[in-house]
Design a protein around this ligand. Sequence first.
Ligand code: SF4
Length: 294
Amino acid sequence: MEYIEAKTILSGYAESNNWFGLNYNMNLYKGCCHGCIYCDSRSECYRIEEFDRVRAKKDALIILEGELAAKRKNGTIGVGAMSDTYNPFEKELEITRGALKLIDKYRYGVGLSTKSTLITRDIDVFKSISRHSPVLAMFTVTAADDALCKVIEPRASLTSDRFSALKEISSAGIFSGLLMMPILPFIEDNVENIISIVDMTYENGGKFIYPGFGVTLRQNQRAWYYYALDKNFPGLKQKYIEEYGNRYECSIKNYEQISKAFRERCDKYGIIYRMKDIIEYSRSGYNKEQISFF
Ligand code: SF4
C-alpha cells in the first residue's frame, strides 16, 4: 500500500445537508479499484491520477481523531463519495474500521455507501454508533442481474452478495438501504431491472432506496465510459452520442414509465424513497437537534 500525505480527513460542514443529512465528508483512501464503468470520481475535475490505484492517507486516524475532538459541532459524517472505503486492502489495514470507532468515541453519526460486502465486518461498530447517533448503511446497486453487474461494476461485490450483506446489516437493526444510481440509459432502464431491485431490497430488509434515473458524464469519465461501451455493448456509444451529444446529464428516455413502476413497487412494500423521508427516518429516535455544541 502506498501512503500519501494528508493535512485533513474531514471536509466541509453543512448545518443541514439535503444529501442524506450529512454534515461532514470523509475520504480515507484516494482512488478506487472497483472499476465501475460509469465512475464519476475519475472525472478530470477531481485531478486524481491513476484513479484505479488505491492509496491510503498517511496517519489518517491520528489526523481524524484530532479533527473530531476539535470540532465545535458534531454531526453525521459521509463516507464513500470519491472512493469505496471498503476496498480489498481495507480488510487488512482496518483504517475504515478505526475511523468508525473514532466516530463512535466522539459521538458522531455516519452515512456510508459501498459496493462491498466487507461492510458487514463492522456491524458491531455501526450498532454501537446507532445507540447515540444516526447511521445510514447504503449499498449502491444498479443492476439486479449478477452477470450485468459483473460488466458494469467488475471488481465490486456481486449484486446478490450485496443483498446478502444488506440482510445481515438490516437484521442487526441498522438503518440500511440502497443508492440505486446511476441507472444507465439503454442498459439498466427497464422495468424488470428496477422492479427486481426493489423486490430484493424488500426481501433483504432494506428500508429505503434513493434512485437516480440516468448518468452524468464529464471529461475523462465519458472517455472511460465510452471505452467500456465499445468493449461490452457494441454500437451503444453511437446511440449515446446521437441522443446526448456532450451533455452532462444523460437522463433515461422512459423516465415516466420507470419512475412510476419504481414508486408503485416501493409504496407496496413501504420502502421510502424521498430524500426528506430518508433523512427524517434516519434521525428519528435521536435528539431532534442532532448537531450539538460540545
Ligand atoms: S465503487 Fe465508486 S469510486 Fe469506486 S469505481 Fe465504483 S463508482 Fe468509482
